[in-house]
Design a protein around this ligand. Structure first.
Ligand SMILES: *Cc1c(COP(=O)(O)O)cnc(C)c1O
Length: 521
């Protein structure tokens, strides 16, 4: 290399360093626009243990595996070790049997002794989709056949699974008061072609714990696999106290999902999917040897994949162990109880059902006169103005004609305890701010559109046939231009009211346009 070439390279690398610093400065300032991920101010999406050392540990672990490709554990055996140990950890607290092939139960009437095995996936959605795929392939129905039975409260990920896998979705209404599904209603909904029944421990919208043992009896009687979605509760309920059985101790539960990127406090991108029995588990895999490239054997939807989040989850689980999680859960539990007490004492609001786990939903208390009622969507806005971000959930109608109310969702984490005083006053004063105000309504342009649907002037097909420019124009006229001024904050109360008042196919189309617009270059 000539000396000028060397100088040039050196210059380039100095230049690179300078640019890298500028780029990171810009990212830091972009991050300032984000909702705070730590400190308990956002009561959904983020799970703060309150222990900075856990975040540091996960970051260090992620850095160590940054260049690794999780696609091939024969080339990168570290990934198999971490995955195996994380699966073993989840299996232990979910009470799955660790038996070897010889350890199968002698009692053929129960599946309790059958070994529980599984994989790490990229998150709850992937775990749910793969649980459905495994069950479908286990059943061996031809493509395009099969149905999936879910309570209306089961996570949207199962709707996605049915959509992707071409299964018919059979939605079972839940009791609007408790938010729980009835085992009898599941029994009447299942069909000959049902490949899987799903229940939740607990469900996301209302934190209701479905009657898992009762549904498992139904599932066993009909020889249908049963998935317990413990994505959000799986790392909390084991240490929550006395609960009806909800995990692999229940015969008939054939698979479970638990998200480490929720109450496992790891970076986003880690969930564990467990199956009872190796034969069901093997159906989760996709294998292909007849193409001209390398033999493909994937347990998950991704091919090449990062193991950064897995390394983080693995490291955190190793350092905390079950006792560490138990301690963090007890903090979240204290905070949850205190918040539930607070909400119950707020005139015009009520807690929905009997929440199980560190989350709950709040609805209007319809038993008090109108002028004392608090609208949940308006409450979200008022509490937001006081510095805490709550999540609105729209009302919906079930197939039996009953209505699930509009609610506010709160996910409580261990760190919530440290802001309890401030949060409590925000909840109370926020309710005072909006008590007696009319329920939030859709932006005028969308309310007008809803009226047009009601009169029959417009049909869903009309809207779905519109090109995206026209849909974007409709959003803009409703004040929801994704590319408009970002200084005016999104009025979520109005958006949710619009979701409630328009046909769901239409709101879906509108929101796709909105979100797509946000990232369009
Ligand atoms: C979060 C959640 C999911 C989906 O998980 P993601 O990690 O967001 O994909 C599924 N089921 C339940 C009950 C959940 O709370």
């Amino acid at each position: 290399m000539s000396s000028t070439q060397a100088e040039e390279l050196q210059g380039k690398s100095a230049n690179l360093e300078k640019r890298a610093a500028d780029i990171l400065t810009r990212l830091r300032s972009l991050r300032e626009q984000d909702a705070p991920t730590h400190g308990g101010r956002v009561l959904s999406y983020v799970y703060d243990s309150g222990l900075a050392a856990l975040d540091e540990l996960a970051a260090d672990a992620a850095r160590l595996v940054q260049p690794v490709n999780g696609l091939d554990p024969t080339v990168f055996p570290s990934t198999a070790v971490m995955e195996r140990e994380l699966v073993a950890f989840a299996r232990e607290f979910l009470h799955g049997a660790s038996g070897t092939a010889a350890g199968r139960s002698a009692d053929t009437d129960t599946d309790a002794g059958e070994v529980v095995v599984g994989n790490v996936t990229s998150g709850g959605t992937e775990s749910c989709v793969l649980a459905v795929k495994a069950a479908r392939d286990f059943r061996g129905l031809p493509p395009g056949e099969g149905s999936l039975v879910l309570p209306t409260t089961a996570h949207a990920a199962f709707h996605k699974a049915a959509h992707l896998l071409g299964l018919e979705l059979i939605l079972v209404p839940v009791d609007p008061t408790s938010g729980r599904v009835g085992a009898h209603d599941i029994a009447t909904a299942v069909r000959k072609d049902t490949v899987l029944i799903v229940v939740s421990a607990p469900n996301y919208p209302f934190a209701a714990l479905d009657p898992i043992a009762e549904v498992a009896k139904v599932a066993r009687a009909q020889s249908i696999p049963l998935h317990v979605d413990a994505c959000i509760g799986g790392l909390a309920l084991p240490w929550w106290g006395d609960l009806p059985p909800w995990d692999f101790r229940v015969p008939g539960v054939t698979s479970m999902s638990v998200d480490f990127h929720k109450y496992g406090y790891s970076p986003k991108g880690v969930s564990v999917l467990l199956h009872r029995g190796r034969d069901l588990h093997r159906k989760q895999y996709f294998g292909l040897t007849d193409w001209p490239g390398y033999p493909v054997v994937n347990p998950t939807l991704l091919g090449s994949k990062s193991v950064a989040a897995l390394a983080g989850a693995w490291a955190i689980s190793q350092v905390l162990g079950q006792s560490g999680y138990a301690e963090l859960v007890s903090r979240a539990q204290r905070a949850t109880r205190a918040l539930i007490d607070t909400v119950q004492s707020i005139d015009g609001l009520r807690v929905v059902g009997t929440p199980v786990g560190p989350l709950f939903a709040v609805a209007t208390d319809d038993s008090v006169p109108l002028e004392r009622r608090v609208d949940p969507h308006r409450w979200v806005s008022a509490v937001g103005a006081r510095g805490f971000v709550l999540q609105g959930q729209p009302a919906s109608t079930q197939s039996d004609g009953t209505t699930l109310p509009r609610t506010t969702h709160l996910t409580v984490t261990p760190v919530t305890e440290s802001v309890l005083g401030e949060l409590t006053s925000a909840l109370v004063l926020g309710a005072d701010d909006v008590r007696g105000s009319a329920a939030a309504s859709a932006p005028p342009a969308l309310a007008e559109l809803a009226g047009a649907f009601e009169r029959g002037d417009v049909t869903v097909a009309d809207v779905l046939a519109l090109p995206s420019d026209a849909v974007a124009a409709a959003l803009t006229s409703a004040g929801l231009d994704p590319r408009g001024s970002s200084d005016s904050p999104l009025d979520m109360a109005a958006v949710l009211a619009a979701v409630e008042s328009l046909p769901r196919e239409v709101t879906k189309r509108l929101l796709v346009e909105f979100l797509a617009g946000l990232v369009e270059p």
